[in-house]
Design a protein around this ligand. Structure first.
Ligand SMILES: Cc1cc2nc3c(=O)[nH]c(=O)nc-3n(C[C@H](O)[C@H](O)[C@H](O)COP(=O)(O)O)c2cc1C
Ligand code: SF4
Length: 420
């Protein structure tokens, strides 16, 4: 079946064993790394990242080149850390890249490391991704043997080391400063910012943390040019995005599209709703994002439009809900996840998460009080913006959006004599 959009990062997956370094190289792999080292300065790689308009694909959508420019220009030792923790509910693109095309991921990290002028790069892999971890270990061994990691790369005198670290299975370790603590062997808890990692990151040295997909896009950007990437997408959301579409669609999976296709088109690419069913809500940016509704489905899927609709594009995970959804249960399940994953440092996140979870559990069981619904709304609004990291702010958006839209579903769970 012909694909509607030409895949970029997902190209070749399912056709060839891209885990084999020979296959990857036969298809042009590692040529851009060599070109970067032989023909471009670090500053030129950074210029390309800037000119492409590439924004971080890990959640916040921060411009990648600009993030690199926050590093001090004094040549002090610095680190590049690739974030492959990927535990956001609904997101499953990074581990696909890791398992299916590890050399592309590695080539992107090494190019990014060169772009910031660092000599030691890391990848932090989620604890549960054992298979991906083993695949990456082999990829690193093969790349080292081929001369792409180590001393005096391509005879240029540039040394670049690489370390793989496997986490222990905590969602919070995807937050960049918790990740750095975990990488240092400490408890995986977010740090107080500032200082930001670009000033004081891993081992107190300036550090860039970038997502797997972000760094992988550096390879086609070098190959096909920054203008090619910047020419795709919308005015402020450039290039391509892998969107993990799941939930009530017939063909859940990863779909790589130019930013700016409509939400409806993404639902359709994923096979559309189930027979006889109607989509009533979508989470456009993973578990942390508020739901959007039918009146938003014609909007372009880009950073600006999703924000304007009251949600966010986040990590690019679209969770689709049809008219069979029990939104009380859906909200409970998500809040339970966040409450469980809270590291406990901040009171609103630690206490608020558990209160919301317990209140929702009562409603799910049909023992809720009428006042519970108002409490859900007021507690959730008191939790945002008061925490050390964005996890505490992620508990509320989906819950608040579905309580507002589907309030009768919540009211129906109030026990019959529970008037107060
Ligand atoms: C609770 C929490 C979990 C996160 N998990 C991830 C993750 O699994 N992968 C990721 O790339 N970014 C994650 N982030 C965002 C990172 O902190 C960081 O912004 C990102 O890695 C930067 O990469 P980018 O600029 O390439 O997007 C998370 C943030 C929070 C608050
Ligand atoms: S917001 Fe939650 S997860 Fe983040 S630092 Fe505070 S307690 Fe920990």
């Amino acid at each position: 079946m012909a694909m509607r959009y030409e895949p970029v990062l997902l190209k070749g997956i399912g056709e060839a064993d891209l885990r084999d370094i020979r296959v990857y190289r036969e298809r042009g792999g590692y040529k851009q790394l060599e070109r970067a080292f032989r023909e471009l300065s670090s500053a030129q790689v950074l210029d390309l990242a800037n000119a492409s308009g590439l924004r971080g694909r890990g959640g916040a959508g921060f411009p990648t080149g600009r993030k690199w420019q926050f590093l001090p220009a004094n040549g002090a030792p610095r680190y590049m850390v690739c974030n492959c923790d990927e535990a956001e509910p609904g997101t499953f693109k990074d581990h696909t890249l890791l398992e299916e095309t590890p050399h592309l991921v590695l080539e992107g990290i090494l190019i990014g490391a060169y772009g910031i002028g660092c000599h030691h790069a890391f990848i932090y892999i989620r604890g549960e991704f054992k298979r991906g971890y083993e695949i990456m270990r082999r990829a690193v061994d093969d790349a080292r043997a081929a001369g792409f990691i180590g001393k005096n790369l391509f005879g240029t005198g540039y040394d670049l080391e690489f370390t793989i670290h496997r986490g222990a299975g905590a969602y919070i370790c995807g937050e960049e400063t918790a990740l750095l603590n975990s990488l240092e062997g400490k408890r995986g808890e977010p740090r107080l910012k500032p200082p930001f990692p670009a000033v004081e990151g891993l081992y107190k040295a300036p550090t860039v943390v970038n997502n797997v997909e972000t760094l992988a896009y550096l390879v086609p950007i070098l190959e096909r040019g920054a203008e090619w990437f910047a020419g795709v997408g919308t005015e402020r959301s450039k290039g391509f995005k892998i969107v993990s579409v799941s939930g009530h669609v017939r063909k859940p999976g990863n779909y790589e599209v130019p930013l700016g296709v409509s939400v409806n088109e993404l639902i359709e690419l994923a096979g559309g709703p189930r027979e006889g069913r109607k989509v009533v809500a979508v989470q456009p940016g993973g578990g942390s994002s508020a739901a959007i509704f039918e009146e938003h489905f014609d909007l372009p899927y880009d950073y600006e439009s999703m924000t304007k609709a009251g949600s966010m594009l986040g990590s690019g995970a679209m969770v689709v809900f049809d008219d069979t959804t029990d939104f009380v249960k859906a909200a409970h399940s998500l809040v339970r996840f966040f409450a469980h994953e809270s590291c406990g440092q901040c009171t609103p996140c630690r206490e608020g998460g558990h209160w919301l979870e317990r209140t929702l559990a009562r409603l799910v069981a049909g023992y809720g009080l009428q006042s519970d619904i108002d409490v859900l709304e007021s507690v959730s609004h008191q939790m945002t913006g008061l925490n050390l990291c964005a996890l505490g702010d992620s508990i509320e958006p989906f819950l608040a959006s579905v309580v507002k839209r589907f309030r009768p579903q919540f009211e129906a769970r109030v026990r019959r004599n529970g008037a107060s």
